[in-house]
Design a protein around this ligand. Structure first.
Ligand SMILES: [Mn+2]
Length: 465
């Protein structure tokens, strides 16, 4: 039932004012494509959809299109705003003018007509007589109602920005690889610190999360591309807390890392050139045989995704089971998807592609996705191994007759060898892990202290004998 006013508004008396985070231009050196080139591509998509206009209501779609980033929402550098794209003519951008410096406004003016948010409804009503593309997954019902009441025809379809935004260009991919060097070095420094401090019983979940954020900020500063923000609230859980998939530590739930336990840490960084998301599971003291068995099964699923070859047109749903086979063999599973899309200095979760039972979008070259199988023993411990991967077009398979796609792993951080049961791993799986570990020192050593380099050398020693 559509109401004239939002009943929540009547109750929410201490509602804060809308945020007015400063808008920054995402320069071509990181975006890799100008706004005018992006608008040309979007106009072609409008033409294919037989639409005269499209209403953009997703902040990350607008940030990508206009090469802007903002500070309205913690951990997500988007700009709260709306936009109307026209097949013929300039787009309109509805954005609080207090967010725009004169320089930013001048740059945006060259690509779009800028209006205040209060002008949005009037502009929607002016679409009378036009065919207007709206994404039923994300467009507010109020937008649809205004457009329809004005006498425009709604064309339902996906937000036209979703597909082009998901296929990162060469500049964005280069940025992502650079971001993962400094992020991987920060993780290595953190893990070396953790191995030193945790056995003394001096580390709890909050202390670990704070230390990791310090290592991220310090390492990024050293590398010359500062940490803008973490990409989500760090999941820092040991023992039974590790078995809670979206755990967020509080003072009440905070646990000390104890010998014989597992520690799961899922975290990420926002940098001007890329967004990261990584999970590692660490043995504190001596792990049990069951922990090693489960960890090895999760690792085998992770490697199965990392090394997968698949024909063009394959969806994430088709690949999801690859990550689960070693768990299914033992009557085990995990209750979350295997992977989600990741933005380029944007949202850490973005569509349209994902690796999961419901991942019906095709995987296309340039997409960045996570590869994060897990296993959770309720009330006991949790395991997850997460790297980001890029969909690539690898060299053709010898003797094959179809072009294949594959993944390049871009996250750079060791996987805990103490949790691997070598006898359960195939030769190809061991070869993948050893080759992955061999990549790390040459890329990360320049950001590490001598002690940290020594720790990395030991943590990446080959498994093959
Ligand atoms: Mn993730």
């Amino acid at each position: 039932v559509t109401l004239d006013s939002n009943p929540v508004d009547a109750l929410w008396t201490d509602r804060p004012a809308p945020p007015v985070g400063a808008v920054r231009i995402q320069p071509l050196a990181f975006a890799g494509e100008s706004t005018s080139a992006k608008l040309d591509r979007l106009r072609a998509i409008l033409a294919d959809s037989k639409a005269d206009a499209a209403v953009l209501t997703l902040p990350d779609s607008i940030a990508w299109t206009f090469n802007i980033r903002g500070a309205d929402i913690p951990h997500n550098p988007v700009v709260l705003s709306n936009a109307i794209l026209q097949r013929e003519g300039r787009p309109s951008l509805f954005i609080d003018g207090r967010k725009l410096s004169n320089t930013v406004r001048a740059q945006l003016d060259s690509a779009a007509d800028i209006f205040e948010p209060a002008d949005f409804s009037t502009a929607l009503a002016r679409l009378k007589g036009k065919k207007v593309l709206l994404d039923p997954q994300s467009a507010p019902a109020a937008v649809r109602r205004i457009v329809e009441d004005a006498g425009a025809a709604v064309v339902e379809g996906p937000d036209p920005v979703l597909a082009p935004k998901s296929r990162k260009n060469a500049v964005e991919l280069e940025g992502a690889r650079n971001a993962h060097v400094r992020d991987g070095a920060a993780m290595v420094r953190f893990l070396a610190w953790l191995d030193r401090e945790a056995p003394r019983g001096a580390v709890d979940e909050i202390a670990a999360a704070e230390a990791l954020e310090r290592f991220r900020a310090d390492t990024a500063a050293k590398d010359g591309t500062p940490l803008e923000d973490i990409s989500f609230d760090t999941i820092s859980g040991t023992g039974p807390n590790g078995a809670i998939v979206h755990y967020r530590v509080t003072r009440a739930s905070n646990r000390r890392l104890e010998p014989g336990s597992l520690y799961l840490v899922d975290s990420g960084g926002q940098y001007r050139d890329g967004t990261t998301d990584i999970t590692r599971t660490i043995a504190v003291g001596e792990p049990t045989a069951e922990m090693r068995d489960r960890f090895t099964r999760v690792l085998r699923g992770h490697v199965a995704i990392a090394t997968a070859r698949f024909p063009a047109g394959t969806t994430g749903a088709q690949l999801d089971a690859f990550a689960r086979r070693a768990l299914w063999d033992a009557g085990l599973d995990y209750d979350h998807g295997t992977g989600h899309g990741v933005g380029s200095f944007l949202s850490v979760h973005e569509g349209p592609a994902r690796i999961s039972r419901t991942g019906n979008a095709m995987l296309e070259p340039g997409m960045i996705l996570s590869n994060e199988p897990g296993y959770y023993k309720a009330n006991a411990w949790g395991i997850r191994i997460e790297n980001l991967v890029v969909v690539t077009e690898p060299k053709p398979v010898a003797g094959g007759d179809r072009p294949m796609l594959g993944f390049e792993t871009i996250t750079l951080c060791p996987i805990d060898r103490r949790l691997i049961e070598r006898s359960m791993m195939g030769a190809g799986e061991i070869a993948w892990l050893d080759a992955y570990h061999a990549r790390l020192a040459p890329l990360l050593d320049h950001l590490l202290d001598p002690d940290e380099r020594r720790w990395l050398a030991a943590a990446t020693a080959p498994l093959a004998t």
